[in-house]
Write a protein that binds this ligand. Structure first.
Ligand SMILES: Cc1cc2nc3c(=O)[nH]c(=O)nc-3n(C[C@H](O)[C@H](O)[C@H](O)COP(=O)(O)O)c2cc1C
Length: 168
């Protein structure tokens, strides 16, 4: 199995490369894969979330045997994030994972930046309203929404690494 990924602002790329290095698996961008991999190759696909959709997933599902999928977004990990990920992305029988990447407003065009700011407004307002009652995790989330930031961490890869190992 190899890793194929797409990344606009670098967070998914970081995770893909960390995972590839840790598990000694080759990584390809979706564009590289189009030239270098045969269709039907078994892959683990990783892509960034845009309005709930995992970027590049449809392309990957058409061309490769997708054994597992991971969406990378800015949302906090948890059951509601997983539920919406499952609702908005068709992955067949493949297991679906989620990793929290980050938010890089300076690397995103102004229109997309405005869209994201509109969508996250209520979350920002709710977190701001909590004031000093914010947990450290909520504070980190608010800082990221306001200024950008990264939640990329090697430990987050653990469930995916365990699954990859179980695949032999
Ligand atoms: C237009 C747009 C829509 C987005 N929609 C979502 C979303 O629905 N859910 C989410 O968790 N993150 C969303 N994000 C945040 C990105 O998924 C997040 O920044 C991710 O880490 C980007 O990965 P990348 O750096 O590999 O491109 C959105 C970002 C943009 C620019």
């Amino acid at each position: 199995m190899v890793i194929v990924y797409q990344s606009h602002t670098g967070f998914t790329k970081e995770y893909a490369q960390m995972l590839g290095k840790a598990e000694k698996i080759k990584t390809y961008t979706l564009d590289e894969a189009a030239h270098q991999l045969l269709s039907g190759t078994q892959i683990f696909y990783m892509g960034p979330l845009t309005a709930g959709h995992i970027g590049g997933l449809d392309r990957a599902m058409k061309r490769y045997q997708v054994q597992g999928v991971c969406g990378v977004g800015m949302s906090m990990p948890g059951e509601s994030t997983m539920a919406s990920l499952r609702r908005s992305n068709y992955v067949g029988d493949a297991p679906l994972f989620y990793l929290q990447g980050g938010w890089a407003p300076k690397k995103v065009g102004w229109l997309k930046c405005r869209m994201v700011n509109m969508v996250t407004r209520s979350t920002r307002k709710a977190l701001e309203a909590k004031g000093s009652a914010r947990t450290p995790q909520e504070q980190a989330m608010l800082d990221m929404l306001l200024h950008g930031g990264s939640f990329v961490a090697f430990e987050n890869l653990e469930p995916i690494r365990a699954w990859l190992k179980s695949q032999g």
